[in-house]
Design a protein around this ligand. Sequence first.
Ligand SMILES: C[S@@+](CC[C@H](N)C(=O)[O-])C[C@H]1O[C@@H](n2cnc3c(N)ncnc32)[C@H](O)[C@@H]1O
Length: 230
Amino acid sequence: MAATKSPSDAFRIDSRLRDAGLFLREALRTFRATGSVVPSSPALAAALTHHLVERDDPSAPLTIMEGGAGTGPVSRAIAAHMRPGDTADLVEANPEMAAHLRTLVETDSDFAAVREQIEVHDRLVTEMGTDRRYDLIVSGLPFANFTAEEVREILDYYFTVLRPGGRLSFFGYLYTKEVKAVIAPREDYLRQARSSWVVEEWVNRYGVRTDRVMANFPPAWIHHLRKPRD
Ligand SMILES: C[S@@+](CC[C@H](N)C(=O)[O-])C[C@H]1O[C@@H](n2cnc3c(N)ncnc32)[C@H](O)[C@@H]1O
């Protein structure tokens, strides 16, 4: 028997379509900062929020940052797994997307149970300052579009504000270097190669696990890093 859709399912699909429309419009306008033409899939969002589900200490509340929240697919997964006492800073540099995200947090049913625990910040992650400390950072920033210096600055920042023992999960797209080797101008290929070496350096130092998510466009890798306790 065909499943019938309830009004709340229809509202959810409508809300996700609006997210995707805004994302595509902003991607076409600012591709370097946006890094994709569609928001992350639920499968990628679920894999990125692994450490909210599998907690080191299930009785301790978590302070969470999401860097580059976009139109909020990963924010929705974060909200779904937040518990009383957890707090989340959603950081998004694009003012249109940040405004959209703020409306989602205030009105969308996915955020209803935790909206008082979430704050949206329309700025660069590195503009968040160094007073706050986080147990978990989930990052959607498109490192493949950045210079090696920009990637190093952001990873340094994340590891400054992470607590000892804290975790960073971030993603990128599979095969972009190989595709760029064939179709991109040499300078762009070399820039991406240099920024990916910085990512590799951090993964070699702090990486604890790598996942692949094929159910995303484009398919993605996720690195999970852990800041040492001493
Ligand atoms: C690949 S999109 C990911 C969006 C969303 N997390 C998702 O998974 O669909 C990257 C997002 O990071 C934002 N962004 C890029 N650089 C940023 C920075 N330095 N600080 C904060 N946000 C940034 C972009 O505006 C864009 O929304």
